[in-house]
Design a protein around this ligand. Structure first.
Ligand SMILES: [Ca+2]
Ligand SMILES: [Ca+2]
Ligand SMILES: [Ca+2]
Ligand SMILES: [Ca+2]
Length: 354
């Protein structure tokens, strides 16, 4: 969708949406001192009808069970499936990934990382399969096991300062994940282009406390720089001209977390938050209202992703106490609950489709 189309639509939707032109990227830091608005302590009830049903996902009819547990075969080798259910185990650095797109479901294990590493989700070799990858805060090294040939590379260095936040997005549009080190102090985005192997010119967008959430918000094939500011429960999406689209959604006092995704499958990233205290999901509708979905309890970790491959992001959580992924289908039913990890594991949220 063209940017102009996106914008005109955004204006039509402007019930609660405010566009703020920020003069220059440096000026964005001014938001850091902005007083919190009392916005949306409660939500407008969901008025939108249930999303239309797409073609039924077939995977859920084909799971193989034994005694209530999903059968899986364990194999070495590379990862499979862009949206496999994946956890990383800090105690032994094992990656465990269940590919539910094949039968029988395949549990792939591989070992990568060391103490202190942070697992990152990405497809660095562009084969549409997630690669096991970690970011090493001590020296800024990114270590990637390419799914295409199962080769592990100490790929490159990006970041390495205390507090740097590793994320990925495809900023050059080559279909491969680009590494990002978001430096909260100054809100600096350090992006390494997979196309050139060079770092892009750093851009300041955000501030301390912000969560980087890069994604292709305008459907032009490349990711936009974007942040979620928990203190205001506000999303800021950087536009091509350096200004920021500002979308308040959710409650800062209730500690909402950003869980963007394409929940209705229309190709556009949807603004959404997860409320840990009561396990509620709020998905912003085109008219600015919120679709509310109960999915989770206070201990759960939200892990939205298109697990059933219908093009719609599934509302999903991973429960640390049981190691179970609970995945909600678009029609409100549930996918089977595979056990993939255990307490202490770190679920690796699937990357967004480009
Ligand atoms: Ca890959
Ligand atoms: Ca790229
Ligand atoms: Ca884009
Ligand atoms: Ca959408």
């Amino acid at each position: 969708m063209a940017l102009s189309t996106f914008r005109s639509r955004a204006f039509v939707r402007a019930v609660v949406l405010t566009l703020v032109a920020v003069l220059g990227v440096g000026a964005f830091a001014q938001f850091g001192g902005k007083p919190a608005r009392a916005f949306l302590g409660r939500f407008v009830p969901a008025l939108a009808p249930p999303p239309p049903q797409g073609p039924p996902a077939t995977l859920d009819k084909e799971y193989v069970y034994a005694g209530g547990r999903m059968l899986a075969i364990e194999e070495g080798g590379g990862f499979s499936g862009l949206h496999a259910l994946t956890v990383w185990r800090p105690s032994n650095f094992q990656w465990r990934s269940l590919d539910i797109s094949v039968l029988p479901n395949q549990l792939t294990t591989t070992t990568l990382g060391q103490s202190g590493d942070i697992p990152v989700a990405g497809d660095f070799d562009g084969d549409t399969k997630a690669d096991a990858a970690v970011y090493r805060p001590s020296n800024g090294q990114w270590i990637v096991r390419r799914s295409s040939d199962d080769v592990t590379q100490a790929a490159f260095t990006l970041g390495g300062q205390a507090g740097d936040v590793p994320v990925t997005g495809d900023f050059d549009g080559d279909g491969k994940s680009d590494a990002v080190a978001f430096r909260p102090n100054g809100g600096w985005w350090h992006v390494r282009s997979s196309l050139t192997g060079q770092n892009l010119t750093p851009i300041s967008f955000g501030a301390v406390g912000d969560q980087p959430i890069p994604a292709d918000f305008n459907n032009d094939g490349v990711a936009e720089i974007a942040i979620f500011r928990p203190s205001l429960s506000c999303f800021y999406i950087r536009q091509a001209n350096g200004t920021a689209q500002e979308i308040y959604f959710g409650s800062s006092t209730l500690n909402d977390k950003a869980v963007i995704g394409d929940y209705d499958g229309d190709g556009d990233i949807d603004i959404a938050v997860y409320r840990p205290s009561n396990g509620k999901w709020f998905i912003r509708q085109p008219d600015g209202s919120a679709q509310e979905i109960n999915w989770g309890i206070s201990e759960d970790i939200p892990v939205p992703g298109d697990y059933d491959g219908d093009g719609k992001t599934n509302v999903a959580i991973w429960r640390p106490s049981t190691g179970v992924f609970h995945i909600r289908k678009a029609d409100g039913s549930t996918l089977p609950f595979p056990v993939v990890g255990q307490s202490g594991d770190i679920p690796v949220t699937p990357m967004l489709k480009r």
